[in-house]
Design a protein around this ligand. Structure first.
Ligand SMILES: [Mg+2]
Length: 301
């Protein structure tokens, strides 16, 4: 396997929408439209940390690596523009694994007209993927973690705890969902256009991600456990502390009409933003500790 052959195959398959210059030069060239802001995010997906080779097929790894970054674009209410993909693989991984990895990644990219603008390939002793994504949004309208206000309602898309349930059981629809998270791009665009200002995606669990939103906005929150849209078979702990649901958590003033569904995705009101100590979240009146997944707080997990 020669690197140049692998790159040529990727180049031939890469969607080039939006790009003035894609793979093949030192840099890609992208020209933004006037009146728009560009948003950027990057996410690692690491073997033995985020996935195992014996449970995740290469196409699953490709899908998930991109889905994580697209979920961040969804959280800002942005339209996907392009991505850069860096992939390191051990010497025993051949071109078939790499081709299948890109099959999974590019299928998701095509769904959102996301261009593959470039990246890097390297040998390493584990599989390591880093996906950088760029999205576009009307100037000044990106949804932010820092924009939640006291008195606003707290909403979540989809269901909570699906991915944690799938990880625990490793079978059925929840496991498939764990392998193939669906970034809420359409929901993010719809919410931003309806005037939602505060949003983030649930990557590490509701308890930790809501705590982060509240810290950034200098507010507190109160949740009602009975309103949480817990996935069938999942526990309250899965719903509160399980990561990788990749749903959107957002707030909106009572005057803003929020639809009960966006496409196929349900939207549920789960609580209220308060003037409590910044970051303080109550669940049924009791303090909710942020127990979601934190890489540096749980170095041995
Ligand atoms: Mg995020």
């Amino acid at each position: 396997m020669r690197e140049i052959d692998v790159i040529e195959r990727i180049r031939a398959r890469a969607p080039k929408t939006n790009l003035i210059r894609g793979i093949g030069d030192d840099c890609a060239v992208f020209r933004p439209r006037t009146g728009e802001d560009l948003v950027f995010t990057t996410d690692f997906l690491l073997e033995s940390r985020h996935f195992e080779r014996h449970t995740h097929r290469p196409a699953d790894v490709g899908h998930k690596a991109l889905a994580r970054s697209l979920s961040d674009l969804a959280a800002m209410g942005s339209e996907p523009a392009f991505c850069l993909v860096s992939l390191a693989v051990p010497a025993d991984i051949g071109s078939r694994w790499i081709d299948s990895f890109y099959t999974g990644l590019l299928a998701l990219a095509r769904k959102y007209q996301l261009a593959l603008a470039g990246g890097d390939l390297a040998r390493f002793n584990h599989i390591a993927v880093d996906v950088m994504c760029c999205g576009r949004v009307a100037s000044g309208s990106a949804m932010l973690r820092s924009a939640a206000k006291p008195g606003e309602h707290v909403f979540v898309t989809g269901q909570l705890g699906t991915s944690a349930l799938g990880f625990a059981t490793q079978h059925g629809a929840a496991w498939r969902r764990h392998l193939h998270p669906q970034p809420r791009i359409e929901a993010g665009l719809t919410l931003r256009k309806r005037g939602v200002r505060a949003c983030l995606d649930l990557s590490d669990g509701l308890s930790l991600d809501l705590h982060r939103l509240c810290l950034e906005s200098h507010v507190g929150a109160e949740l009602d456990a009975a309103q949480l849209p817990i996935a069938r078979g999942a526990s309250l702990e899965h719903a509160l502390d399980g990561g990788e649901d990749y749903e959107l958590l957002f707030t909106a003033p009572p005057s803003l009409k929020i639809p009960a569904r966006i496409g196929q995705v349900p939207v549920t009101s789960i609580g209220t933003i308060t003037r409590a100590h910044p970051g303080r979240v109550l669940l049924d009146g009791r303090q909710l500790e942020p127990h979601g997944f934190d890489h540096f707080a749980n170095p041995d997990s």
